[in-house]
Design a protein around this ligand. Sequence first.
Ligand SMILES: Cc1ncc(COP(=O)(O)O)c(C=O)c1O
Length: 508
Amino acid sequence: MTESRPNNPASDQSGLLLEAFDAQLFRETSETALAKLEKHLSDQSIRGLELTDPAKLSEAAKALMTTERERVAAFDEEKLAGIIDLYIRTGIQVHSPGYMGRQFSGVVPLAGVIDFVSSVVNQPASFYEAAQLPNAVERIMADELNRFIGWDPARFTMVTTSGGSLANLTALLAARNQKLPGYWSEGGSSLRGQPRPAIAVGADVHYSVARAAGVMGIGEAQLVRLPLNSRGQICVADARPALEAAERQNLKVFCLVASAGSTSVGAFDPIDELAVLAREKDLWLHVDGAHGASLLVSDTLRAKLRGIDKADSLTWDAHKMMFVPAPCTMLFYRDKEASLTAFRQKASYVFDEEPDIYTAYDSGGKNFECTKRPMIMTLWSLWAMYGPALFAEKIEYLCQLTEEAHAIVRAEPDFETLHRPEANILCFRYHPAGVRKEEVHRLQIAIRNSVKLRGNFFISKVNVDGVAALRVVMMNHQITGEHFRMLISEIRRTGQDLLSSEAATETA
Ligand SMILES: Cc1ncc(COP(=O)(O)O)c(C=O)c1O
């Protein structure tokens, strides 16, 4: 290779580069953003989503763009203010008590400050030399949180991944590569003549697990869906015969996935009992705690994950119930050797054949991403300031609030409760007398869409036993029982309007 001389000395550069990288302008623009965010955070009005026509929103976004490609410095304060305002206004209002819809959380603002620092210092986290502090504190946080899991401190490990879906895929890869050793290099041909690999899951498992089965070449059809009991948990008594039926169908189940907080109703599978079954059948036990693993930090709620110390791996999203910006996911393995089996690559530009004290801290061998956000920084910073108390207090409040919401729904004769909440997710239906069973499904969907469009509240919907239900996820400690009562009134009003306009159309 020949070296060439740089032919673009700094003196030739226009003011554009100088301005775009100017530190003082950075401070001034940050202050503009901070003032707007302070106002946004202090606004406690009850509001859902301002749903905008995508074509109109694209027009508004285009109006903020410079049309000609000017080669001169062109910072425009008004344009910046317009971009920030549009961004805030059109987003889901996660900090408002009207937001009860999904598992994304309003973040602890301090975590946003740390994320802002991460964006500027830009330290991609897969390799120690690029992100020293993130890699060091990843281990500290692993130790801190393992106190609640209970694995052997000398054997366990944790790696961060960009979201719970990727953590589930990664854990399932490790499980498959350990239980079916030839698969990684030879693919499906390594199994010639042997039973087809399969994964056992609860019937309500998050779709990312089914997607992982497709990605891994296992095939979505090779998911053995275990029946659920009336609480939405895997029914252990039915699981054994279901696994044995799978064996008779020439399937080799290598992994059992339990949910710790199912997405639909927030049910916690009985990990303790499933661990016995997994051991007996030689299955890797993966716990998808993307939503509910955070309950481990609470003394009063930890028991929901009883038996977690017997699992092989655990997905834990901090961007859900630990209230940090997304993504921030941790994948824990009981055995650090197993974590190295998920991926196996040689790449001399990043992986050292003989790690030194620095490269021993690299996580690149254990995660799919090469460039990875230093996501642990937000969580660690909050933990450093507040310890587990901040999270425990908020999670306990949210679970208690959801219990209260359940009691409120139960007391309303025109509403139907579907389950006792296990955590902070509650599903129910508006079902006044006289509405036929077959109409209930459509009515819930219509109510959800109308409430969303009206913009006072943001809730979601999910099918429970094949029929749509309204779903609330309590993520904001500023929500009170009173706010929930207001939502119930709005749902009733909306339902009545929809039913009377349908009746009017039928008689017309
Ligand atoms: C139980 C469960 N697993 C996995 C996921 C996926 O996590 P992520 O959205 O972080 O990819 C979710 C998200 O809602 C979930 O509820």
